[in-house]
Design a protein around this ligand. Structure first.
Ligand code: FMN
Length: 188
């Protein structure tokens, strides 16, 4: 491996949309959830909860909840709803409800493991949470923060023109100096 290289899966993970309908094996899914469970959390509260939709009924319910812009996700054989609620984790001063932070860390672990397994794992917030909640029987007090759309790489030709172009577009990121500061918050 190249010295000082970025971790391979961190570099390789992308929010791809051309997803094949090929099912994801149970053992692969299990490793993704095991990776999620290894995330750090406040007081080891492990505030993440996931509802895995791989059966026809749950999938149909979630597909119906997708926004128009996320129609590409309909082909995916595996949708994972990522949820939590504040009472599952530390609730500290100055608005530090840590549950969403912990859920995000667990999701990232899950997505990196998926990448390692040769899957695409694409988080989306573009869905009707009420419909998703109803489809999966999720209680009202949970926040359904995202669906992670998972599956093996599919055929980009099946995508519409805009999404096809996005599959091979270069990644855009702010320069490090824009988001990370040394020693002190920058003065204006
Ligand atoms: C919380 C969250 C919500 C997102 N919602 C959507 C979405 O609704 N539809 C979509 O196509 N991508 C969605 N994305 C994916 C982002 O657009 C994508 O991660 C970002 O453009 C960076 O690209 P990359 O992941 O390929 O590096 C979402 C990502 C996150 C973390």
């Amino acid at each position: 491996m190249e010295a000082h290289a970025i971790i391979e899966e961190v570099e390789a993970r992308r929010a791809f949309r051309a997803i094949s309908a090929e099912p994801v094996p149970e053992e692969v899914l299990r490793r993704m959830l095991e990776a999620a469970a290894l995330a750090p959390s406040c007081g080891n509260n492990q505030p993440w909860r996931f509802v895995v939709a791989a059966g026809q009924e749950a999938l149909a319910g979630l597909r119906a909840a997708l926004t128009e812009g996320n129609s590409w996700a309909r082909s995916a054989p595996l949708l994972i709803a990522a949820l939590t609620k504040p009472s599952l984790d530390c609730r500290l001063d100055e608005g530090r409800d840590e549950a969403l932070f912990g859920l995000g860390l667990a999701c990232m672990n899950l997505m990196l493991q998926a990448t390692r397994e040769g899957l695409y794992a694409h988080p989306i917030a573009g869905f009707a949470p009420r419909k998703a909640r109803a489809a999966l029987g999720i209680p009202e007090d949970f926040v359904v923060a995202a669906l992670v759309v998972c599956g093996y790489p599919g055929d980009p030709a099946a995508l519409d023109e805009r999404n096809r172009a996005r599959e091979s577009a270069p990644r855009e990121r702010r320069p490090i100096e824009d988001f990370a500061f040394r020693e002190r918050w920058p003065s204006a």
